[in-house]
Design a protein around this ligand. Sequence first.
Ligand SMILES: Nc1ncnc2c1ncn2[C@@H]1O[C@H](COP(=O)(O)OP(=O)(O)OP(=O)(O)O)[C@@H](O)[C@H]1O
Ligand SMILES: [Mg+2]
Length: 263
Amino acid sequence: MSRYLQVVQKNPSTVEQPYILDVEHVQKKFGNGDIGEKLVLADIGFSARRGELICILGRSGCGKTTLLNLLAGFIAPDQGTIRLHDQPVSKPGPDRCVVFQDDALFPWLTVRENIAFGLKGQRISSAQKEEEIDRFLKLVGLSEFAAYLPSEISGGMKQRVALARVLILKPQVLLMDEPFAALDAQTREEMQNLVLELWQQLAHTILFVTHDVTEAVLLADRILLFDKDPGRIKEDIRLELSRPREKEDQNFLSLCRVIRAQI
Ligand SMILES: Nc1ncnc2c1ncn2[C@@H]1O[C@H](COP(=O)(O)OP(=O)(O)OP(=O)(O)O)[C@@H](O)[C@H]1O
Ligand SMILES: [Mg+2]
């Protein structure tokens, strides 16, 4: 049995889990041609617990993608430290996986082969690999589409493949950058529910970037509300709403109103 299935929590309460990710005093500037340098992120600090679902919420340009790129190890901070399990993050690694808004699948590979891609080179038997691929195809509801090419499936299905492709690597931290922003409202809602289902089964830590308040309130244990110029954490909000959450619920709506007023 997978180590992930052994930690299944139907209603994860992450408040008692240990911190695994620590971000301290992180600063990032970008050279900006004639205008000189621009301070994009100033003194970012927070810690994330194992299994915590944190939404990073803020307006366009506040540095959300930059923060995710730093956490992924694609770029380095000018100042400050990022640590996962006390180890400095200095480059990309399979312990931190990213899902982007428009995730490029390999167009010449089938859904199954796209999901299998990350397992190449892993020391498990091919029977085990096939079993894992089947499990993740099923988890994202694509078992019947395994033989399709990316050009033959919808945008929502592509994002399901993108999710399965990284989850099969069993990342400690899943980084998601507005992954459903390009989808229609109904597909988006299905994908939000899928993320919650997978999170409850696999219990990984998620940092989910969005500028949609409703999406953040639906998903998050905690919202890091960002300010811009320079990008910084304005509020660290722990959500006490029970799950499953109802978008029509009065508490849900009033929390959205309070947060919207602060953005
Ligand atoms: N490589 C880069 N070089 C120069 N400036 C950059 C670079 N990457 C980002 N920036 C600048 O940093 C700021 C923050 O960008 P970032 O993409 O992180 O914002 P964001 O919050 O993700 O915005 P959005 O919601 O529109 O995706 C912007 O002003 C952007 O122009
Ligand atoms: Mg962005």
